[in-house]
Every structure is written in structure tokens, then in C-alpha cells.
Write a protein that binds this ligand. Structure first.
Ligand SMILES: C[S@@+](CC[C@H](N)C(=O)[O-])C[C@H]1O[C@@H](n2cnc3c(N)ncnc32)[C@H](O)[C@@H]1O
Length: 292
């Protein structure tokens, strides 16, 4: 009977599993090279992801094998092929006002609090570091939120310092041009207020762009300045091992002013990493405040 057959089938020896595809040993060489240069733990990406991107760059660079490409990357003076490789393997996914509840926390708690503290200290500067800013949507969103939530924003010196290890992402960010798909999440009033309409793109208005300063750089080289009011480092730490996450959080605690805020990605947290912060939340929007 078919029922009996299928019940007993599970006790039959399994058919020999197909031999796993040969995994190129060069992948490990690239993994450790990329990890030492960018801090990204490539064990967290699948082999297929890394190998696809490596092979694409290898072909574009004119190398015939992964080993030849590895030699090219590690011996080239100036490191330009290494930079291209980092650009190619980094994940740049981002969006304007990504994680809306967090932006509500920024506008209703973090900016008002930081502005009040600066006023008490007779200062009119607010500085924010967007670390791992990708193609610019995050730092521009922060600047727009400032204008929408602070009284007399023009009387303040807002500095949004935005950095990323990818020079390609930084070039795109500086240009400030975005397709209609990329601005889909921007509310229509903000689209009117902060963007100019180009022939087939939207461009962030010049006066907003002036508030954001972009630079290419590795986050592990340190913060662009100290006494920061806020740090956004979202969706970068998930790619790091725990030791590097700890190093980064210590770096952030050092660079923030007392009472400054740290914003992490929705899948990231400080649990078990640092006691220098307390959690602040408004609805689903979470931030961490440095305890003074
Ligand atoms: C997934 S994107 C996140 C962009 C943005 N923060 C957001 O949440 O929408 C991560 C960015 O971190 C950058 N990145 C990765 N490792 C880095 C490092 N060691 N230093 C600086 N940037 C890095 C990548 O190039 C990428 O653009």
C-alpha cells in the first residue's frame, strides 16, 4: 500500500547526497583581506554573494583567475583596485527617512533635547555624524528633519558629517540626485520643500546640501570630530563581529557629548556591548543616549 511504503521509506538509507561544489580557497584570502581593510565580517555573507561580486570585478579588471586578481589587488600601488573591490562588495541599501519611527524620536526627543542643552551652554551649533552614510539619503533626511523640528533652524549652525568607506557611494551622495523610485518614501510636503525637480530625477536643494559634508573613510579610523550631538550608524554593525562592534561602540561613546544620542539599525542593539548608554524610545523608535 502506498501509505505503508511512504511510512517505511523514511528508514531507508538516504540517496547519496550530491558532492558539494568545490569552494575556491581564494575566497578565504579575500575574506581576510577585506575584513582587515574594512572590518566587515564576510563570513556573514554567503559564499555565493562574495564569489559573484569578486568574479565580476575580476573580469572588469582583466584578471583571468581569482588568484591572479588577488595578486593584482594586493600588489597594486595606491590601492585603487582594492577600493573598487570594497565598493563592489559593500551593501549600500538605504532610503530616505528609513525607519520612520526612529525619525519621529529624532524630531520629538533628540533634536529638541540637544538644542536645549546647547542653548544652556550658550552655543548654537548642532553636529551629527552619519557613519556609513551610503549614497546620502540618511544624512540628507537628518538635515531635513532638523529643519522640520527645530524653531528658527536658520539661526543654528547645523553640521551633518557623513562618511562611508565606499568612494563611489560618496560621489553619488555629493551629487544629491535621486530617481523617482528613490524618493518614493519622502512625504509630498518634504519633496516640495527640499527637492528640485530635474528632467528625470529629483535633486536635494543646494541650501540643504550645504549642511551636509561628505568624506570617504573607514569608520575604524575614528570620528570626524568629538563633542558630537548625535551619531547615526545604522545597518553597518550587523556586518561586524562582536569584537569590532565593541570597538565601534567605545569609539562612539568617546566622540559623543554627554547626553548625546546614538541611532542604530532596527536589527542592531547595544545589549551586552556597552553600559555607557541608556535606551530612549518613542513608540517603536529607539535611540541610545550617552549617560552623562
Ligand atoms: C547597508 S548601508 C547603510 C546605509 C545607511 N546607514 C542606512 O541605514 O540606510 C551600510 C554602509 O556602510 C558602509 N560601510 C561598511 N563598512 C564600513 C567601514 N568600515 N567604514 C565606513 N563605512 C562602511 C558601506 O559602504 C555601506 O554604504
Amino acid at each position: 500500500m502506498s501509505l505503508a511504503t511512504s511510512t517505511f521509506d523514511q528508514f531507508l538509507p538516504a540517496a547519496a547526497a550530491p558532492a558539494p561544489a568545490q569552494r575556491p580557497v581564494e575566497l578565504d584570502l579575500f575574506r581576510s583581506l577585506l575584513s582587515s581593510r574594512s572590518g566587515i565580517d564576510f563570513n556573514r555573507h554567503g559564499d555565493a554573494f562574495l564569489e559573484n561580486r569578486l568574479r565580476r570585478r575580476m573580469t572588469e579588471a582583466g584578471a583571468r583567475t581569482l588568484f591572479e586578481y588577488y595578486r593584482m589587488v594586493t600588489t597594486q600601488t595606491g590601492g585603487s583596485e582594492l577600493q573598487k573591490l570594497i565598493d563592489a562588495v559593500a551593501i549600500h541599501e538605504t532610503a530616505f527617512f528609513r525607519n520612520a519611527p526612529q525619525f519621529r524620536t529624532l524630531e520629538s526627543v533628540a533634536f529638541p533635547d540637544r538644542v536645549r542643552r546647547r542653548l544652556v551652554a550658550a552655543q548654537r551649533r548642532v553636529s551629527v555624524w552619519s557613519a556609513g552614510c551610503s549614497t546620502g539619503q540618511e544624512p540628507y533626511s537628518i538635515a531635513m528633519s532638523f529643519y522640520d523640528s527645530v524653531v528658527l533652524p536658520d539661526t543654528w549652525d547645523l553640521q551633518v558629517l557623513a562618511t562611508d568607506i565606499s568612494t563611489h557611494a560618496i560621489r553619488t551622495a555629493r551629487r544629491g540626485h535621486y530617481s523617482s523610485v528613490q524618493v518614493e518614501g519622502v512625504p509630498s510636503e518634504r519633496l516640495k520643500e527640499y527637492f528640485d525637480r530635474g528632467p528625470d530625477y529629483y535633486s536635494v536643494r543646494q541650501w540643504v546640501r550645504r549642511r551636509v559634508e561628505f568624506a570617504a573613510g573607514n569608520i575604524f579610523d575614528g570620528a570626524p570630530r568629538r563633542d558630537l550631538d548625535m551619531i547615526f550608524c545604522r545597518n553597518l554593525m550587523i556586518y561586524l563581529d562582536e569584537a569590532r562592534q565593541r570597538r565601534l561602540v567605545a569609539l562612539f561613546a568617546d566622540a559623543l557629548a554627554a547626553g548625546g544620542y546614538l541611532f542604530l539599525g532596527h536589527a542592531e542593539s547595544l545589549t551586552g556591548l556597552s553600559a555607557a548608554f541608556r535606551m530612549v524610545s518613542v513608540g517603536q523608535g529607539i535611540a541610545y543616549q550617552k549617560v552623562a
